[in-house]
Design a protein around this ligand. Structure first.
Ligand SMILES: [Zn+2]
Length: 280
């Protein structure tokens, strides 16, 4: 039976928060076996467990919220932790979001790998999906289906980008090579309006694939032709990590985002007949 994993030592990084635009220092540190992933706002003296029940806003990133304290844009870091099969981790921030770094999960994954992995004294547990669960909102749809192995499929459709489809059967090596490098993207036409709402203030051509009416503005930084759909899978992996344990299921998404992903986990856990906790 594989043990739970944490990291071997603390590592620190400083960078810009995607929405708040401020500089944030983040410390990733080992955590006690069974503690799960916890975000700590050192500036506010508050902890928030990285669990779907604490998800508040989902409009432009997944925001954890408890007792009026928030941590925004947790999904890329959560994806990196899931990609490395890290179960227990303390994430200490002195601001409102993890720094966005390159807008991918690879920046976090590289940092976590530099800390080294450490085995815990308990066995890993997973959540096996026993019945198909689907949520729909408008033309967005997300499902968790029964499967022997964890996999993701996503169907994207956006103006300018067009249609992209990607399938990913989860492995650690596959996550690092195929999914983690895919960067976040946004439309320049929306940027001014977002900035007026104090959102995307830290977005830049260095951390976001920017689109205008003709295509990708900073295409020289693009890593895959289908980087957009790969990033949607990255987001889904990060959002599903808020189940608090790895899933044994197939995720299928079509035009879905953080709101649908969170609704999907809430629907899964609403009925104890939908799932079973198992030792790996
Ligand atoms: Zn994202």
């Amino acid at each position: 039976m594989p043990p739970r994993h944490t990291i071997a030592k603390a590592v620190t990084v400083t960078g810009t928060a995607l929405h708040a635009g401020v500089s944030v220092t983040m410390i990733l540190a080992p955590a006690a076996s069974g503690s799960g992933i916890v975000f700590r706002r050192a500036d506010l003296g508050a902890d928030i467990p990285a669990l779907y029940l604490h998800v508040g806003e989902t409009r432009l990133g997944t925001v954890l919220e408890q007792g009026g304290v928030k941590v925004g844009v947790v999904e890329h870091l959560m994806a990196a932790a899931a990609g490395l099969e890290i179960d227990d981790l303390l994430v200490t921030l002195d601001g409102p979001e993890p720094p966005i770094l390159d807008g991918d999960a690879l920046s976090y994954l590289t940092l976590l790998e530099s800390a080294g992995m450490a085995d815990q004294d308990r066995a890993r547990t997973a959540i096996r999906v026993l019945k198909p669960v689907t949520v729909e909102s408008g033309d967005a749809k997300a499902s968790l289906l029964t499967a022997e192995r964890l996999s993701y499929a996503y169907d994207l459709s956006f103006p300018v980008i067009g249609e992209q489809y990607y399938e990913f059967a989860f492995t650690r090596a596959g996550f690092k090579a195929q999914i983690a490098p895919a960067r976040t993207f946004g439309f320049l036409s929306e940027l001014e309006a977002l900035n007026r709402m104090n959102l995307a203030k830290g977005a830049s051509l260095a951390n976001t694939l920017a689109l205008d009416a003709t295509g990708v503005v900073n295409s020289e930084t693009q890593r895959f032709a289908d980087e957009f759909v790969r990033h949607k899978i990255l987001d889904a992996i990060g959002d599903m990590a808020l189940a608090g344990a790895p899933l044994i299921a197939r995720f299928e998404g079509r035009k879905s985002g953080h709101a649908t992903n969170n609704a999907l986990l809430r629907a899964l856990f609403a009925d104890p007949g939908n799932y079973q906790r198992v030792e790996l």
